[in-house]
Design a protein around this ligand. Structure first.
Ligand SMILES: [Zn+2]
Length: 188
């Protein structure tokens, strides 16, 4: 009857799922809903789980609560995708615990001591503050990891804020390669 076979359907859907995971947070949440509802709907969850599990872990834990990541882990286990399950688990483990962006007092003191109570850029000893170093908190950087903290004076801190953060630049594999083959049955 001209039905595409399973393998062909699988690869078509995989392309679609990959495009979906590049779409942003709302799309990821939609995909999650589709996956956890797959039992009822027959949604092909294997390629979707696989694609979703390959999303940057930081994006995963920023998008999904740990309970959700646990659900995805369970789904991947059930679907016989141990690699995807491991990636979901990894993302859950990377999620900081109740990281509200505030740096715990003890950690502030530790960072100050380590820096010798000096600005780590210019060596100033006044108007110091603790700053998220490599990854800003707004982009998922941890406030609970001393290696993501540095001591800066006011002027170095404001200079830092003005320049583009190269550390958070992603590898540029986000060339929109959406479902490019839009098979249009042209009349004629
Ligand atoms: Zn300074």
């Amino acid at each position: 009857m001209g039905m595409p076979d399973d393998a062909e359907l699988g690869s078509q859907f995989r392309r679609y799922a990959e495009w979906w995971t590049r779409g942003g947070r709302a799309d990821l949440e939609d995909l999650f809903d589709a996956i956890v509802g797959a039992d009822q709907t027959g949604f092909p969850m294997e390629p979707a789980l696989d694609s979703l599990s390959r999303v940057d872990p930081r994006t995963l834990w920023k998008t999904f609560a740990n309970d959700d990541l646990q659900d995805l882990y369970d789904c991947a286990q059930k679907a016989g995708l141990p690699g995807a399950a491991a990636r979901f688990l990894n993302a859950a483990r990377q999620a900081p615990v109740l990281d509200d962006g505030k740096i715990p007092r003890q950690l502030r003191e530790q960072a100050m001591q380590r820096a010798g109570h000096r600005c780590q850029v210019c060596g100033a000893t006044e108007h110091l503050s603790i700053d998220h170093k490599i990854v800003p908190w707004s982009e998922g950087g941890s406030s609970r990891d001393i290696d993501n903290l540095q001591v800066l004076c006011v002027s170095c801190n404001s200079r830092k804020g003005a320049r583009p953060l190269t550390a958070s630049r992603r590898p540029s594999n986000e060339k929109a390669r959406g479902p490019s083959k839009r098979t249009r049955s042209s009349p004629g």
